[in-house]
Ligand binder design. Structure first.
Ligand code: SRM
Ligand code: SF4
Length: 572
């Protein structure tokens, strides 16, 4: 534990979130009482923030705001729920339970797969919240710590093919998730009618601390050569190192993160720093040490600078690393070699080493709903009814039907086709494109993302086709604001919302997800963006060397300067 005298603790007035966490009685606040307040569809005072630690965000439909205001109605308050699914794996039985709530019980009726391998319900009304948590709990699912200043849903490469290492790595993702969870019984008490404990003062949070973390914290387990989880978006990543199909340990990466504020040079995306290799017996101790070091040294006065990436820049990478070694009672050895080659999912069927088959379904922006032309939600239910394996949610917002025995393969494929879950027309460009939720539900959105993506991708597809590059793709991502939830700041072309129909355009990330892109167009209209991309794609088609990716091309040709140390050169 550090003390106030520790020179590495940022002095100053604590942010208001610190007060509310301290006064929350271990995340209880008055959420329970608030549930009975039917004067509002939302939560009052501090509870608005505290419900996030329980996996919920208060929202309203921004498309309807102006009209309701005209009618002198308050915004239609509702809740978004984000579940906790370490590694994104669930059983068909769980899928059926999830589905049974989404339909009639939510305003939007969808199951939304997220960029962090879980699902969200949008538009749950307050009176339905408790029933929702109880239904999920019965299915073995909770939403503890999927938001708020805690360690969030732990990612794990959703690779069902090299299944021996996958299984071992996935077990670690689950263990890390459990180890770093808040210990408070608040969730069980409020949502599951769990017994109230005698004195919350006695409840301890040995890892997260009474005031929890200074800011959200994200962890991933990755199995090279895939980088589907985008390690550089995470505060802490474990890179699986294996020998003869047996996991031997992990390289540890610390301090990645993507969010920034437009024009604020004190905020920037950052690649994670390599700390070195650890053996398996040290995983939990190192995870805990990274979290507690960030807990004690992270900036609690300025939330914009509170994430691990800023702590690392402020105290120095070596200082942070040595503190982790001290706390974990270990030393990192030199990192083991590994290479990332791709980030996308392998859409379609692949055969695993266990003679089982795995079908990756491309889900446009992760939105599972019965659309007029394709009943995706019903299709998933029909598959779940007969599927003996499991489902895997990917960090690219897709869904894997994993572990299908050979004799069920045709039947599952037929259902998927009948419901529009498989399409012959799916280009590699669409597979490699991604958007965050944005409007209408996200309160922070500045421009469209999910709703603009299909049209934007069609334009990019046409440009590729006109240049004889139909089999090629560009990692193309749209985020509705600079928080970058679709990881646009690790894309080869990243659009980041600036205002209605206006985006900043970042170029020069690479296909492996190991380079931050650079600002190329500021506050550009959709038209300007597309005409600029048209010119650049043409140049790329003519001047590329071998199979050079678009991001590598724009950096080599100095169309944008390479971002090497983003703390210094991202904004220049
Ligand atoms: Fe995110 C906030 C959606 C992945 C960085 N994110 C939000 C909120 C909750 C808006 C809010 O605070 O009220 C969005 C809800 C929209 C909605 O209506 O659903 C939201 N984020 C999402 C999801 C659903 C996007 C998606 O299309 O899939 C992803 C849910 C992940 C999950 O299951 O946990 C999602 N968010 C990300 C990622 C990508 C990642 O983690 O791999 C990032 C960038 C990586 C990073 O953290 O640096 C990301 N979201 C943020 C931030 C900026 C944090 C920061 O460092 O400043 C915010 C705003 C905040 O925390 O203050 C934010
Ligand atoms: Fe909302 Fe911005 Fe995240 Fe998109 S990037 S979901 S607009 S917070």
């Amino acid at each position: 534990m550090t003390t106030n005298k520790d020179p590495l603790v940022v002095k100053g007035t604590l942010s208001d979130n610190e007060r509310l966490k301290a006064q929350s009685q271990h995340l209880r606040g008055t959420i329970k009482e608030d549930l009975d307040d039917m004067m509002t569809g939302g939560f009052n005072g501090d509870n608005f923030q505290l419900i996030r630690f329980h996996g919920m965000y208060q929202q309203d439909d921004r498309d309807l705001r102006a009209e309701r205001a005209k009618q002198k109605l308050e915004p239609l308050q509702n809740l978004m729920l984000r579940a906790r699914l370490p590694g994104g794996i669930i059983t068909p039985k769980q899928w059926l339970a999830i589905d049974s709530f989404a339909g009639e019980n939510t305003i939007y009726g969808s199951i939304r797969l997220t960029t962090r391998q879980t699902f969200q319900y949008h538009g749950v009304l307050k009176p339905k919240l408790k029933a929702m948590h109880q239904l999920l709990s019965k299915a073995g699912i909770d939403s503890i710590a999927t938001a708020g200043d805690v360690n969030r849903n732990v990612l794990c490469t959703s690779n069902p093919v090299e299944s021996e290492v996958h299984h071992q790595a996935y077990e670690w993702a689950k263990k890390i998730s459990e180890h770093l969870l808040p210990k408070t019984r608040a969730y069980a008490e409020i949502w599951l009618d769990g017994d109230k404990i005698e004195s919350v003062k006695l409840e301890e949070e040995p890892i997260l601390g009474g005031n929890y973390l200074p800011r959200k914290f994200k962890t991933a387990v990755v199995i090279p050569p895939q980088n589907d989880v985008d390690v550089h978006a995470n505060d802490l990543s474990f890179v699986a190192i294996s020998e003869n199909n047996k996991l031997t340990g992990f390289n540890v990466l610390v301090g990645g993160g993507l969010a920034m504020t437009h024009g604020d040079k004190n905020t920037y995306p950052r690649k994670a720093s390599d700390f070195g290799f650890i053996s398996l017996d040290k995983v939990l101790a190192v995870a805990e040490a990274v979290v507690t070091t960030q807990r004690d040294w992270g900036n609690r006065t300025e939330r914009k600078n509170a994430k691990t990436k800023y702590t690392l820049e402020r105290v120095g990478i070596d200082t942070f690393k040595h503190e982790v070694e001290r706390r974990a009672n270990t030393e990192f050895s030199a990192s083991e070699p590994y290479e990332f080659t791709a980030r996308g999912d392998r859409i379609g069927w692949v055969e695993g080493i266990d003679q089982k088959f795995h079908l990756t379904l491309f889900i446009n922006s992760g939105r599972i709903l019965d659309f007029p032309d394709k009943a995706l939600k019903t299709g998933c239910v029909e598959i779940a009814k007969i599927h003996p394996g499991d489902f895997r949610l990917t960090a690219n917002q897709n869904l894997i039907v994993a572990g299908v025995p050979a004799d069920l393969k045709d039947q599952i494929e037929t259902i998927a086709r009948q419901h529009g879950l498989i399409s012959e027309q799916l280009s590699v460009q669409r597979q490699d494109s991604m958007a965050c939720v944005s409007l209408p539900t996200c309160p922070l959105a500045m421009a469209e993302a999910e709703r603009y993506l299909p049209e934007a991708v069609t334009l990019v597809e046409n440009m590729l086709e006109q240049n004889g590059l139909s089999d090629e793709s560009i990692i193309f991502r749209i985020s509705g604001c600079p928080n970058g939830c679709s990881r646009a700041l690790l894309a080869e072309v990243g659009l980041v919302g600036k205002g209605p129909k206006r985006y900043n355009v970042y170029l020069g990330g690479n296909r492996q997800g190991t380079r931050i892109p650079k600002l190329y167009l500021e506050n550009a209209s959709e038209q300007l963006i597309m005409s600029t991309l048209d010119e650049l794609i043409n140049k790329w088609a003519i001047e590329r060397i071998d199979k050079e990716g678009f991001g590598d091309f724009v950096v080599r040709r100095k169309i944008v300067p390479e971002v090497i140390n983003s703390a210094k050169d991202f904004h220049l």
